[in-house]
Design a protein around this ligand. Structure first.
Ligand code: NDP
Ligand code: 8X3
Length: 248
């Protein structure tokens, strides 16, 4: 039985990934700060299939303690799903809160790179897979996307750079780039405002965490010689618009 290490398994895409991998016969290590949600998954699936690691991804000491305490059956990681992340705020840069920017960079970039560095030796040994949750915001700028888009561009380019560095190791790396997925993402982005989130997704028929979990599981279970480099996914009702022009 293979083991997936999924960050941010308490909600949205990460929780859906945990469910999808377990349904496909994997063991899952799930992380997040909300321990009660991780415990609920452990209760639902049993200690043989789901191991809860409750820590803040920005706290390397807590992360290392959790990794050091992994039960033997969960210690060999075959797939790392770098999913934990967030956007904070959707205002123009000149009105943004610098603390929000630092939180996004520390969570989406620093913690993700550090965990990847930590797990790479084991992933190489096991010819494993790394799946990164980037975003369409990595490629398409939008107003208020500023630092969030920058962090997701890092994730995409880091994934592609890893592909180069890992040449010949058998390790697969994929950047998944979703558009609008209705999770807790927009509630978090808007400081807990559920109504703002409901309005954002209203009438869109957005993607679900389950839609993205299917793609994550798919890229991780393809034949060993196949690597999906990048995968962009949008709801049908989300597409592109033109440039904006400011006239003097
Ligand atoms: P959710 O808000 O539903 O889930 C985010 C997850 O990240 C939670 O499990 C949360 O756990 C975890 N997380 C956030 N900060 C921390 C932290 N400091 N320490 C530990 N865990 C943390 O959002 P999504 O499921 O939508 O987002 C998952 C990923 O997908 C993110 O990287 C996001 O950028 C990306 N994405 C989302 C899109 C969308 O439209 N929803 C589109 C494109 C990409 P907890 O709060 O319990 O700590
Ligand atoms: C977030 C995607 O389209 O909501 O990563 O900005 S979108």
């Amino acid at each position: 039985m293979k083991t997936a290490f999924i960050t941010g398994a308490t909600s949205g895409i990460g929780e859906a990934c945990a469910r999808a991998f377990i349904a496909a016969g994997w063991r899952v290590v799930g992380t997040g700060r909300r321990v009660e949600r991780l415990q609920a998954l452990a209760d639902e699936f049993g200690a043989e299939r789901f191991h809860a690691c409750a820590y803040d991804v920005r706290d390397e000491a807590a992360r290392d303690a959790a990794l050091g305490a992994l039960p033997e059956a969960f210690a060999g990681i075959d797939c790392l799903v770098n999913n934990a992340g967030l956007a904070l705020g959707a205002t123009a840069a000149q009105k943004a809160d610098i603390a929000d920017w630092k939180t996004m960079i520390d969570t989406n970039v620093v913690a993700l790179a550090s965990l990847t560095h930590k797990l790479l030796p084991g992933l190489i040994e096991r010819k494993g897979a790394i799946v990164m949750l980037s975003s369409v915001a990595a490629t398409y700028p939008y107003t208020g996307g500023n630092v969030y888009g920058g962090t997701k561009a890092f994730v995409r380019q880091f994934a592609l750079g890893l592909r180069s560095d890992l040449s010949g190791t058998g390790v697969r790396v994929t950047s998944i780039e979703p558009g609008m997925v209705e999770t807790e993402f927009t509630v978090v982005r808007n400081g807990g405002d559920q109504q703002a989130s409901d309005t954002f997704y209203s009438g869109v028929n957005p993607l679900t965490g389950g839609d993205i979990a299917e793609t994550v599981l798919w890229v991780a279970t393809l034949p060993a010689h196949v690597n999906i480099n990048t995968l962009e996914v949008m709801p049908v009702n989300q597409s592109f618009a033109g440039f904006q022009v400011a006239r003097e």
